[in-house]
Design a protein around this ligand. Structure first.
Ligand code: PHE
Length: 354
């Protein structure tokens, strides 16, 4: 066998498999070198020693060459893999879709923000309300025709033991009529007044429900923002001022408010209000308002007395308003259908991300 040729062949082996083949070819059980080793036995001692020494050198040389080539081939394979698997950090990554606030939340935040700046507190009330707070206590007794203005979801199911509608002091108000999904946020006027003494100013954002056939301008669930200010000398001028301020907050310095007389059982006098939208030169009908009806103050004081609290509303005056939150969004953005709000289609909602 020719050592030079063998070493060269090993040095050029292109793959680990071919290298393994060469190893077998030379050093395997029937390898060329192994066969030469086997011939040693037939030689004279002098010759055998000499040839044995040479063959051992060859063996070492071959083993070293095999090892070196194997190391080189492995290194080569590693480099190749690293090259293939390397991350290209300059590639754009996957964008994770980020969440955003719902259009209703955005409008509510904007509205509440305008009132906060004027010193109003923000309070919330229950969505399942007693008939008493939703209707009776705000001057809409059972026989009152105005109850027909608000188609009502009556909660007639048996809620099971332990379920009661509770008043502001945690007392059960089940004795005060049935339960409803509140048709407006006005019941919160009573709840708040029972627990607090004037003067105060609050706004009440919240979800309300009407038992209605839905269409482009009606939804069974929507949102209102209620306002209530009570004190010793509160007048209709204060109401006009507050709604005008709201108009300016929403539509800029040229925003203004317009009142037209109307009827709500819980205010006297009552108005519906519109706001001037300078950009479009249009009046937007946005809600109802008025001076708190004395009946409400009496109902509150009677309730307080029942709870052992002093009467607190004699000699007080106040105003209240209620407006539709979706309605403002519909008008301002020209949204053609109120049902879009709660169908939860991202293609619609994404347009209003804050
Ligand atoms: N609660 C009335 C409604 O839902 C709005 C309103 C609130 C009117 C307060 C006057 C005062 O239609």
């Amino acid at each position: 066998m020719n050592l030079e040729a063998a070493l060269e062949e090993i040095g050029k082996a292109p793959t680990l498999e071919s290298l393994q083949g060469l190893k077998v070819q030379y050093l395997g059980k029937n390898g060329l070198l192994t066969q030469e080793m086997k011939t040693l036995g037939r030689l004279a001692p002098e010759e055998r020693r000499e040839k044995g020494r040479v063959l051992n050198e060859w063996k070492e040389a071959l083993e070293k060459a095999l090892e070196a080539r194997e190391a080189w081939l492995r290194e080569q394979a590693l480099q190749e893999r690293l090259l293939q698997e390397s991350l290209d950090v300059s590639l754009p990554g996957y964008a994770f879709p980020s969440g955003g606030l719902h259009i209703t939340s955005l409008i509510l935040q904007e509205l509440v923000g305008i009132f906060r700046k004027q010193g109003f507190s923000v309070v919330e009330g229950p969505e399942v309300e007693s008939e008493f707070f939703n209707f009776d206590a705000i001057n809409m007794p059972e026989w009152h025709p105005a109850r027909d203005m608000q188609d009502t979801f009556w909660v007639t199911f048996d809620p099971g033991p332990g379920f009661t509608i509770r008043g502001p002091f945690g007392e059960s108000v089940n004795s005060l009529g049935g339960a409803v999904l509140r048709t407006h946020t006005s019941g919160m006027q009573i709840r708040y007044m029972i627990q607090h003494t004037p003067p105060f100013r609050i706004v009440v954002p919240g979800r309300v429900f009407r038992y209605e056939q839905t269409d482009a301008s009606h939804e069974a669930m929507f949102h209102q923002l209620e306002g209530l200010v009570v004190g010793p000398d509160i007048t209709m001028a204060d109401l006009k001022g507050a709604i005008s301020e709201l108009a300016r907050g929403l539509f800029g310095e040229e925003g203004k408010a317009r009142f037209q007389p109307t009827y709500f059982p819980f205010v006297e006098p009552g108005v519906q209000f519109a706001m001037w939208w300078p950009e479009r030169q249009k009046w937007l009908e946005l809600g109802g308002a008025g001076m708190v009806h004395p009946y409400l103050f009496k109902a509150v004081d009677d309730y307080r007395e029942q709870q052992g609290l002093p009467r607190a509303y004699e000699g007080m005056t106040g105003w209240a308003f209620g407006m539709g939150v979706e309605r403002l969004a519909l008008l301002r953005y020209g949204i053609p259908d109120i049902r879009y709000f709660y169908q939860n289609r991202l293609s619609f909602l994404r347009q209003f991300r804050g």
